[in-house]
Design a protein. Structure first.
Length: 133
């Protein structure tokens, strides 16, 4: 139900759900059917207090692929320009061998309004690794 609430035009105090959301996201043993809608909701709410937990959710390789992809998406929605999110997203683009991770991270990075110099560096890193054709 939380994921269906819109960030504006509601009497529900959105910040009251942030602590519970962090607890749901943190350990990888949590139920993914709950974690994915929480990621979607936090992205919709642009929940900056939850961003560190979302970054950690992506970084923990024990998390399932859909959860990690949801975390990448949320990073781009919540606070484009966040330094820690940028580092995680750039790592996802440059390091992973999975195209789905690169695609989601690239889409999130596209929301960061990066300077052309930074974009060029990312693209050149990929070319050097022969990951771009």
């Amino acid at each position: 139900a939380l994921a269906t609430i819109k960030a504006f035009g509601t009497v529900f105090k959105l910040d009251s759900c942030f602590d519970a959301s962090i607890k749901v996201l943190s350990p990888p043993e949590r139920i993914d059917e709950i974690r994915l809608p929480v990621l979607k909701a936090m992205a919709e709410f642009k929940a900056e207090p939850v961003l560190p937990a979302i970054i950690e959710t992506y970084l923990k390789e024990a998390n399932a692929k859909p959860i990690r992809l949801g975390a990448l998406f949320a990073m781009g929605e919540i606070k484009p320009g966040d330094e820690k999110a940028f580092t995680a997203l750039r790592g996802a683009v440059a390091v992973t061998n999975d195209q789905a991770y690169r695609d989601e991270a690239s889409a999130a990075l596209g929301k960061f309004n990066l300077p052309i110099k930074t974009v060029t560096e990312i693209v050149n890193d990929l070319r050097i690794k022969k990951e771009l054709k």
